[in-house]
Design a protein around this ligand. Structure first.
Ligand SMILES: Cc1cc2nc3c(=O)[nH]c(=O)nc-3n(C[C@H](O)[C@H](O)[C@H](O)COP(=O)(O)OP(=O)(O)OC[C@H]3O[C@@H](n4cnc5c(N)ncnc54)[C@H](O)[C@@H]3O)c2cc1C
Length: 405
């Protein structure tokens, strides 16, 4: 098997050096591969400034000091808060810290580790196609100058964000814009994060909340997030943020130093993890996004760890489904109840935290809940609405999503 340009053989090509691509490259090459020799791996990322390249972002997840990428964590919060529309607060200590990694730090940190591994090579190219060929996979694309790039490998992992969403019974979007703000007077409690503050103006359909992650007493990331069917314009997000900041914080003055914006599909569609005998999809493209929450980073870590274990053991490194079947079912029911308006937007989440110990809800959000947790959570939801949504699921066709990622 040869790699165009060099004629060398590679075990693995990974398309995309984002959360999934870098995590998998790191785990595959951290120790020798099957037969005791180091993996030969090519990581492909579009050239700097090209439109396909994912913008910088922050990733939050629950973790602790034992985690693989702990040294890259920018900030962590042990106290978490949920604030209802009427100002009622649930505040609790999370057994595992809620923590943030900035994608630029991840890129440098993991990229630095990979640069010291002899079998790893980085290629700057925009990939157009990843397909099976006899004995392996072929990755084709073009570099910054438009010259064709062709790579061959035994296995290819594709993390390019999907262009369209899979057919689904329900598709909502989690869409948001965040400001990194500095305020003039002490305002924030470092170590305390507002996971959901519903004192935002609520949209006519769906729901909205603010998400506030302080870095110190005067600096924080504040995001306006909606779960609905269509994203807003930049100015509409800014107006919603301005409204929240002025009504709720009443700051003496604030400066926006940077912004982060994104759309995360919340869908019960199935993302195929195989695109051939030797071609697999990973990350968001491989179904890592939890439909009910939009979180994907923790699932990406579980998925890449499992792929690496299979590959090191000499087995087919097919990515596993990163979310348990019963979580996917609960999420499908919840999405349906929210999308049809049977479960009432902000009230649904406010009640979830009022009626359950917060630790139980956190385990659910984090994908570590037990059957008992889920049963208790289910009983605390509007049962007729959820039951109706559950019963109609088998009758609903999976339709092409009209919402775009
Ligand atoms: C703004 C934002 C904030 C988020 N915050 C969180 C969070 O706090 N917690 C959480 O759990 N999840 C979060 N998510 C969801 C998810 O974790 C992220 O989207 C995460 O980056 C997904 O990782 P990925 O590797 O699948 O995709 P990406 O990180 O987007 O990586 C895909 C890679 O493919 C590359 N690529 C694209 N096209 C091509 C091409 N043609 N050829 C070669 N390479 C290509 C891109 O440049 C990129 O490096 C967030 C998502 C967004 C958009």
């Amino acid at each position: 098997m040869s790699e165009a340009g060099t004629g060398s053989a590679v075990d693995v090509v990974i398309v995309g050096a984002g959360a999934a691509g870098l995590s998998l490259a790191h785990r595959l090459t951290a120790s020798p591969g099957p037969g005791g020799r180091p993996a030969s791996l090519v990581l492909v990322e579009p050239p700097k400034g090209s439109p396909g390249r994912s913008p910088a972002r922050t990733w939050c997840f629950w973790g602790d000091e034992r985690d693989e990428f702990d040294s890259l964590v920018t900030a962590r919060w042990h106290r978490l808060r949920i604030t209802a529309r009427d100002g009622h607060r649930v505040c609790f200590t999370s057994p595992r810290a809620y923590q943030m990694i900035r994608s630029v730090d991840f890129l440098h940190g993991v990229g630095g580790l990979l640069a010291r591994r002899p079998g790893v090579r980085r290629v700057e190219a925009t990939v157009d196609q990843v397909r099976d060929v006899p004995g392996g996979a072929e990755v084709t694309g073009h570099d910054a100058a438009g010259r064709p790039v062709r790579l061959h490998a035994r296995w290819a992992f594709d993390s390019r964000p999907p262009r369209e969403l899979p057919p689904a019974r329900t598709t909502l979007l989690q869409h948001f814009r965040g400001w990194f703000v500095t305020v003039r007077a002490d305002r924030f409690e470092p170590g305390v994060a507002d996971l959901m503050d519903f004192r935002t103006a609520q949209p006519a359909q769906g729901l909205s909340f603010a998400y506030v992650l302080p870095f110190n007493r005067r600096e924080a990331l504040v995001e306006y997030t909606e779960f609905s069917t269509a994203p807003l314009t930049e100015s509409a997000y800014d107006a919603a943020l301005e409204d929240y900041v002025h009504r709720v914080w009443r700051p003496a003055g604030h400066v926006v130093t940077a912004v982060e914006q994104g759309i995360i599909p919340m869908t019960d569609g199935r993302f195929p993890r195989s695109a051939g005998e030797s071609v697999f999809r990973i990350g968001v493209a491989g179904g890592a996004t939890r439909p009910s929450t939009g979180y994907a980073f923790a699932a990406i870590q579980r998925q890449s760890a499992a792929v690496a274990v299979s590959w090191h053991a000499g087995r087919t490194p097919r990515p596993p489904m990163p979310h348990a079947a019963r979580h996917r079912l609960m999420d499908a029911v919840m999405l349906r109840a929210l999308a049809t308006g049977r479960a009432g937007g902000a009230a649904f989440f406010e009640d979830l935290f009022r009626r359950n110990p917060p630790e139980r809800v956190l385990r659910f959000l984090n994908g570590t809940s037990t059957l008992r947790d889920e049963w208790a959570i289910g009983l605390g939801t509007p049962v007729p609405a959820m039951l109706r949504s559950l019963l109609e699921l088998p009758l609903l066709p999976r339709r092409k999503a009209t919402a775009c990622p």
